[in-house]
Design a protein around this ligand. Structure first.
Ligand code: HEC
Length: 124
């Protein structure tokens, strides 16, 4: 009897194994998580590219979209007020770069300071 139950459950486990990476990959563009935004927008240098004026208009637009997505997410640590202040600063700074404001790049360099945000919002 027991053995039959396992036989029924095993294919479900296999299905989960197949679907999990798919769900993670999908999260990168459709419903981003903070981790997926970090990977695409921060770790791989897109933030630096935009802040140093080396990004194309399309890359700037993509970074703006990802920053806005970040703003709507909830950090695993730190209070909501601090998060909303930091991510609003980020979105405003990206917007300033997109609008070609003189202060844009400096604002964005400050707003993309990894440690300032990680110290408060990233679990150790
Ligand atoms: C506005 C805040 C903020 C800024 C700025 C920021 N991060 Fe993060 N980052 C986070 C948070 C919050 C997490 C933790 C996410 C979690 O554990 O769910 C994180 C996690 C990460 C991770 C781990 C992702 C993973 O899969 O576990 C990497 C890598 C990372 N950040 C890179 C960077 C780099 C590089 C920079 C600077 C160029 C940067 N981040 C700037 C908020 C920020």
């Amino acid at each position: 009897m027991k053995r039959h139950r396992w036989a029924a459950v095993a294919p479900l486990f296999l299905l989960l194994l197949v679907l999990r990476p798919w769900a993670i990959a999908r999260g990168a563009d459709e419903s981003p998580t903070i981790k997926s935004v970090m990977k695409v927008a921060f770790k791989d240098g897109l933030a630096r590219k935009v802040a140093t004026g080396k990004a194309t208009a399309q890359e700037q637009g993509e970074f703006l979209k990802l920053s806005q997505a970040l703003q709507k997410l909830t950090p695993p640590q730190g209070d909501a007020e601090s998060w909303s202040e930091k991510t609003k600063g980020l979105v405003d700074a990206v917007q300033a770069v997109v609008d070609k404001k003189d202060e844009g790049p400096a604002l964005l360099r400050a707003a993309t300071n990894c440690m300032v945000c990680h110290d408060i919002h990233k679990p150790k």
